[in-house]
Design a protein. Structure first.
Length: 626
């Protein structure tokens, strides 16, 4: 769009306001006050019939005295009398302030003179003003809101002109300075991005071979896996400008603004090609229309604009569009069509090796005690994302700094992991009764895990409340990254989940509310086993779950066409699985009740115990029973 044109419209508008203000408040009073006479003079002139004609407006009467000269015909603009002679008013024209005079018309009629009213709003400017002026406050509010949103740039008049300018950071695009060496464990994604980098470095070369590059690259993966970082590194490695916008920033916008920003962003980027446009959290605008319950037309406009811009690109024009999302399944299919985001790159949670690399990167500037083994830390943190690990490294450094130590120790890392996992420790003590219940509950989880073959080993049990509201927690560490889980493993997990409740039932003969989250998880597991994985003998290998995209909440939903009898069977099967898991846990704890008491008591005394300590009690029991 032509920028100059946008400017002149605004200048014109401002000029109109200035002219109007001048006319209304300076010229009009001045013009009217010329030749002004008291009302009594007007009446006297009426009496003496020396008046030739009278013009009546809402609050003024202008009249001409008969003295031979023709009354001037002056244009009247907005209630303002502009003299076309540009000279002083002829002496025979007089004006008075119109008083409330019920007899005015009678008087004029009996005086036998020409009179008439003057329509006050009869010009184009007036009409324009009467439309625009009420809008003025709205425009001002609109402007203020945008400024507060941090968008429209500098204040003052200049800010007004940047309406609709995209919020992309730095319109010349950022030179990120991020490199692949700042990213750990993303080898495969890096390999795929290499091609893009080669292209950005020398777009003409690709042109020569007639090779077409993907226009849009979508990075897909869980939060914190470094998608944003990868996009920045792609720009950094290629040494091209990086234009950044976040999908969620469009959602709050007013109608039309989101689309205007997208348009502007692409215009700016095209001028800077080769470059990268990165749309973070693209799901916020690219949500499938099937999916958004509160259909947001602004979101839709923005999405449509984005699609239109992508379609409007010539091939290899040097602009690569990257997007990132952690919910690809909810994206509008239109985004994935050829010529749009036609390439997806999966960014996965890091492997053990990757985790070690990431820890290395984030401890580069941290003084580490010589005994620290980053590989060992990587071993106990499966499932952690890059962001989690960065968080742990930072937290460990903070702890060391707080101790005023000069090196970060393994213990700092242990505490840091715990904090990241469980939230910061809270120091409000529980009453002894509650502590006792919590201790037995957590010990129940831990022991069921210890005694069931194939369950993840317990790393640590704690009855220190967390800021997230848990009264205690049992931390298990998966021994390896898991991709496939067997039926027996699911059953084991359920038994461990219900171990806390089983311990409470066994020791206190009643359950407490503390197990409600455990029940929820166990029930959800059983439900998925039955309707999603076909693991119920009564129902067979049939999927009764609705497609995942249909779930309103996180919970798995049953297909709508499931018959009543089947639904009943499903409920029965879920109940059976959960009950069996609880019975299983109860039996284990009954069998090892002595260990349960020993561990629970130690836990009450120490608040935290680790795997070795629990194992010591387990081994002692083994020795005595043999
Ligand atoms: P995403 O966009 O996938 O949610 P980010 O790129 O925003 O993740 O990552 C957040 C932070 O986590 C990064 O700034 C970085 O410090 C850290 N991080 C994430 N993944 C990695 C990684 N693979 N290597 C190094 N640091 C990472
Ligand atoms: Mg991100
Ligand atoms: Zn529990």
């Amino acid at each position: 769009m032509d920028k100059g044109q946008k400017f002149s419209i605004w200048y014109f508008f401002v000029a109109m306001i200035v002219v109007w203000l001048f006319a209304e408040y300076i010229y009009k009073p001045y013009a009217e006050s010329r030749g002004e006479v008291p009302y009594s003079d007007f009446l006297a002139d009426l009496e003496t019939k020396t008046i030739e004609n009278v013009d009546i407006t809402e609050n003024r009467i202008t009249y001409t005295i008969k003295d031979g000269k023709s009354p001037d015909k002056r244009p009247i603009v907005g209630g303002v009398i502009f003299s076309n002679k540009k000279a002083k008013t002829p002496d025979n024209v007089k004006s008075v302030v119109r008083l409330t005079d019920p007899f005015l018309i009678e008087r004029l009629a009996s005086a036998d003179i020409k009179f008439g009213g003057i329509a006050q709003r009869d010009t184009i400017i007036d009409l324009f003003m009467s439309i625009m002026l009420p809008l003025l406050p709205l425009l001002i509010i609109w402007y203020l809101i945008f400024r507060n949103m941090g968008g429209a740039g500098a204040g003052g008049i200049g800010g007004i002109f940047s309406f609709g300018r995209s919020r992309a950071k730095e319109l010349q695009g950022e030179i990120t300075g991020v490199h692949f060496s700042d990213i750990g464990g993303a080898g495969e994604a890096e390999v795929e991005l290499r091609e893009i980098i080669d292209f950005l470095k020398d777009p003409k070369r690709f042109d020569k071979f007639g090779a077409k590059l993907p226009r849009g690259v979508l990075l897909v993966g869980p939060p914190g896996t470094g998608k944003t970082l990868l996009a920045k590194a792609t720009a950094g490695e290629a040494g091209v400008p990086f234009f950044f916008i976040t999908g969620s920033s469009f959602v709050e916008m007013f109608v039309g603004v989101g689309a205007a920003r997208v348009r502007d962003l692409f215009d700016q980027a095209k001028k800077k090609a080769p470059c990268i446009i990165f749309v973070d959290e693209i799901d916020a605008i690219g949500q499938s229309r099937l999916h958004s319950f509160n259909s947001n037309s602004e979101q839709e406009n923005t999405l449509n604009q984005l699609l239109a811009e992508m379609d409007g690109f010539e091939d290899n024009n040097g602009v690569v569009i990257m997007g990132a999302t952690n919910r690809p399944e909810i994206l509008d299919q239109a985004l994935m069509r050829p010529g749009r985001f036609d390439r997806q790159i999966q960014v996965v949670l890091p492997t053990e090796e990757g985790r070690e690399e990431i820890l290395k990167i984030h401890t580069k500037k941290v003084p580490l005690a010589p005994e620290i083994d980053l590989r060992a830390i990587a071993k106990v943190t499966p499932g952690f994302s890059g962001a989690d690990l960065a968080n742990i490294a930072n937290e460990a450094a903070l702890l060391a700094a707080r101790r005023k130590a000069d090196k970060v120790t393994t213990n700092d890392f242990d505490l840091a992991i715990e904090r990241v996992v469980a939230g910061l420790q809270r120091k409000t003590p529980l009453t002894p009764e509650v502590r006792k219940k919590v201790a037995y509950h957590e010990t129940g989880h831990a022991l069921v895990a210890c005694y069931l073959p194939g369950s993840d080993p317990v790393h640590k049990v704690s009855i220190i409340p967390t800021t997230k509201g848990a009264l205690g927690y049992t931390m298990q560490m998966p021994t390896e990254d898991q991709y496939l889980v067997a039926e027996s493993e699911l059953k084991t997990r359920m038994a461990v989940m219900l171990g806390g409740r089983a311990a409470e039932l066994l020791v206190f003969n009643e359950a407490s509310t503390g197990a409600s989250n455990d029940l929820e998880r166990a029930t959800e597991t059983a439900r998925r086993m039955v309707i999603e994985f076909g693991m119920s003998s009564a129902l067979g290998p049939v999927r009764y779950a609705a497609p995942a995209m249909m779930y309103l909440s996180g919970a798995t939903q049953i297909r709508e066409d499931t018959g009543d009898a089947t639904a009943e069977t499903i409920d029965g099967e879920i109940k059976r699985l959960v009950t069996e898991a609880q019975d299983h846990a109860l039996n284990i704890l009954k069998e090892h009740e002595k260990v349960l008491h020993e561990v629970a008591e130690t836990l009450q005394a120490k608040e935290v115990i680790n795997n070795e300590e629990i194992q010591a009690f387990v081994n002692k029991e083994k020795e005595t029973t043999i």
